[in-house]
Design a protein around this ligand. Structure first.
Ligand code: KG4
Ligand code: ZN
Length: 343
């Protein structure tokens, strides 16, 4: 799917704690990808504080958008559309990006496009692999979502499985806090696990009765907390790298098993990863080796496109543009927007 002329789209992302803006051409060629992270501020509180996130987005969005346009070497007059994340996410944070994009689209007289944040994560794979076309299977693993998705066509998704409780990233963050690694937990567990033994402690693999594809991570999180408490009661120090590596192995094995089951059952030739947890080195390695073993093509965006960014929003916006899905000035933030739903 392509347009007759080059389409330049400004993407804006502010759903959580990254203020981001990017410019792409025809969705897949990234001219700029600016991200202003608030991690340092939220680290002081051990997690994202929604009110602070909204205020920081307001302070930064102007400069971030200007930088994205300058780096791309384009002006407002060059843009064909402005695409913005309108859900899911923190309502106050989303509203900053949505209001900014609305004002910009009005001032520059260009179409406005509302983008689903998870659809953006999935589309990061189109930037990473310019030859990728649907259909394929995609495992979306982020701080707020764990979805096993069949991408039937551009913008057409079938959710095969989802988490019944914590998202994978949430489990990483909670366990990291419990073992004293702090926020954000995913990258810290990833690093600590490299020094640990993944077979030191056998933690349970979350199962959801009656469903092959759904996920559950809260039992695993409780098992880690119970392990820490029982070691404490016995007067033993926990070995942080071993706990990190064993926990990570339990999460990764469930993610890989479910994704490979879907690929086998539905006969897909390609499996993609998406979302912040897709940066996890053990997950990438295990998924690659499972795909190689099954003769399936494995796709994974580089870490800068796995984390929250606006290039992926601009890319998703491009495919909405081609399908004529434009938003009006009444576009609103939808904190619990479902994948595939349009408002
Ligand atoms: O996609 P993302 O940037 O934001 C959401 O849309 O939620 O994902 C953030 C999540 C956090 O939970 C973070 O701990 C996790 O991704 N994460 C990781 C790694 N890097 C980020 N989890 C495991 N290993 C990593 N290397
Ligand atoms: Zn995200």
């Amino acid at each position: 799917m392509t347009a007759e002329k080059d389409i330049i789209i400004l993407g804006i992302e502010s759903s959580c704690d990254e203020t981001a803006a990017a410019v792409t051409v025809n969705g897949r060629k990234v001219l700029s990808n600016e991200i202003s992270s608030q991690i340092d501020i939220h680290t002081l509180y051990g997690g994202v504080v929604p009110e602070i996130a909204s205020r920081k987005h307001i302070e930064r969005i102007n400069q971030v958008v200007k930088k994205a346009l300058d780096t791309a070497g384009v002006t407002l007059q060059d843009l064909d559309a402005a695409a913005v994340t309108y859900g899911p996410g923190l309502v106050g944070a989303l509203l900053v990006g949505v209001s900014f994009a609305k004002a910009l689209s009005f001032a520059a007289d260009i179409p406005l496009i509302g983008v689903h944040h998870i659809e953006g994560h999935i589309c990061a794979n189109y930037i990473a692999d310019p030859a990728l076309e649907p259909p394929y299977a995609c495992l979306v693993v982020s701080g707020g979502h764990t979805h096993l998705v069949l991408v039937r066509d551009y913008g057409v998704y079938e959710i095969l499985g989802r988490t019944q409780d914590d998202a994978a990233g949430e489990a990483f963050d909670k366990v990291a806090r419990a073992i004293g690694l702090g926020y954000p937990g995913g990258p810290k567990i990833d690093a600590a696990a490299k020094e640990g033994n993944p077979d030191a402690i056998v933690f349970p693999r979350g199962k959801v009765s009656g469903s092959v594809y759904d996920f559950s991570f809260s039992g695993l999180k409780s098992a880690v907390l119970n392990y820490i408490n029982s070691e404490k009661m016995a007067g033993r120090e926990i070995c942080v790298p071993d706990v990190a590596a064993s926990f990570q192995k339990a999460v990764v094995s469930v993610l890989v098993d479910h994704a490979m089951e879907a690929v086998r059952e539905y006969g897909f030739q390609s499996l993609a990863l998406a979302g912040g947890v897709a940066s996890n080195s053990a997950l990438r390695a295990a998924m690659k080796s499972a795909c190689d073993g099954a003769g399936v093509r494995f796709l994974c965006p580089p870490p800068i496109l796995c984390t929250d960014n606006a290039a992926m929003i601009s890319c998703a916006g491009y495919y909405e543009y081609l399908q004529g899905h434009f938003a009006g000035p009444d576009l609103n933030a939808v904190p619990a927007l479902k994948l595939g739903e349009r408002r």
